[in-house]
Design a protein around this ligand. Structure first.
Ligand code: C2E
Ligand code: CA
Ligand code: CA
Ligand code: CA
Length: 282
């Protein structure tokens, strides 16, 4: 009896150890992931709804852990943010995405923008504007081909500071879009003060728009409002042809999702971009 009690206890302890070791290990390994070249970027096409042409690609980070296999950014980006590792990692992501896009352009593929996700800490880090400018110079990518995706939660921070940073980035010629629109701080009033180009309507609205007239009305209203403010709209997480048809009726500019393409390795993305000339008439 005692024996089994003790082993239960031991089992419990070792589970606890494993958990805390797991998190420590993850953080330690994340520190080394960059130098060990375990991080890579995949690219998901963004498609012009009316013509079907690819107009952009979103860079999405992947971590190929030596023992654990692929780790989702949803699992390690929060840890990177907590530990501020997001700063060097975010710089690597920006640099790699810009360099890749420049390489595609030099290879003669029809030019598209590359969208890069900026975490809130990265956006707020001092010198972010200079950093982006430096990366554009280093890679030779013209600024209009870089788009930065920021979530609307930035609006909850020091608004003056946020606008200064957005203006600095916008002055470089870089484009800015609001990611996951509709899920966070949903006051629309701040939008008119932000130098932004685009809203990305969150997947959650797209998921229900076929069945639910209300969700469809929300998406439609976001599109109408955006256009009247001079903003473009990208629909996220589009998986079905019915969604594409509705988005066409609602005059949504661009769309992204598994219906068009999963995120692709660079070589596969280059192939898609090469086919793109047919649509783009190039
Ligand atoms: P996000 O920026 O909203 O990116 C879209 C996510 O939805 C991606 O997941 C993408 O693979 C997925 N997705 C795209 N189309 C579909 C679809 O049709 N159906 C479904 N079910 N999913 C779709 P991923 O790559 O796992 O990224 C998750 C989140 O991690 C991103 O959400 C973003 O917040 C963060 N993240 C990813 N890459 C980066 C990065 O380079 N930097 C930063 N700061 N965050 C990143
Ligand atoms: Ca995004
Ligand atoms: Ca998103
Ligand atoms: Ca999201």
């Amino acid at each position: 009896v005692k024996e089994s009690g003790r082993s239960n206890h031991r089992f419990y302890d070792s589970e606890m150890d494993k958990k805390s070791y797991g998190k420590f290990e993850l953080e330690r390994d994340l520190r080394k992931a960059l130098e060990r070249e375990q991080l890579l970027l995949v690219y998901q096409p963004q498609v012009h709804v009316e013509s079907g042409a690819i107009v952009g690609v979103e860079a999405l980070v992947r971590w190929k852990h030596h023992e654990r296999g692929m780790i989702s950014p949803a699992d390690f980006i929060p840890i990177a943010e907590e530990t501020r590792l997001i700063i060097p990692i975010g710089e690597w992501i920006l640099y790699t995405a810009c360099r890749q896009n420049k390489a595609w352009q030099e290879a003669g593929l029809s030019p598209v923008h590359v969208s890069v996700n900026l975490s809130i800490h990265q956006f707020q880090s001092p010198g972010i504007v200079e950093n982006v400018a430096h990366i554009l110079r280093e890679t030779g990518l013209a600024p209009q081909w870089l788009e930065l995706e920021i979530t609307e939660s930035i609006a909850m921070h020091d608004v003056e500071q946020v606008i200064r940073t957005l203006q600095g980035l916008s002055d470089l010629g870089v484009k800015i879009s609001i990611d996951d629109f509709g899920t966070g701080y949903s006051s629309l009033s701040y939008l008119k003060n932000f130098p932004i180009e685009r809203l990305k309507v969150d997947k959650s609205f797209l998921d229900n728009m076929i069945e639910s007239p209300k969700e469809r009305a929300i998406v439609g209203s976001i599109i109408v409002m955006s256009h009247s403010l001079g903003l473009k709209v990208t629909a996220e997480g589009v998986e079905k042809v019915e969604q594409v048809q509705l988005l066409q009726e609602l005059s949504c500019d661009d769309a992204q999702g598994y219906y068009f393409s999963r995120p692709l390795l660079p070589d596969d993305c280059a192939k898609r971009l090469a086919e793109n000339a047919i649509y783009a008439g190039g």
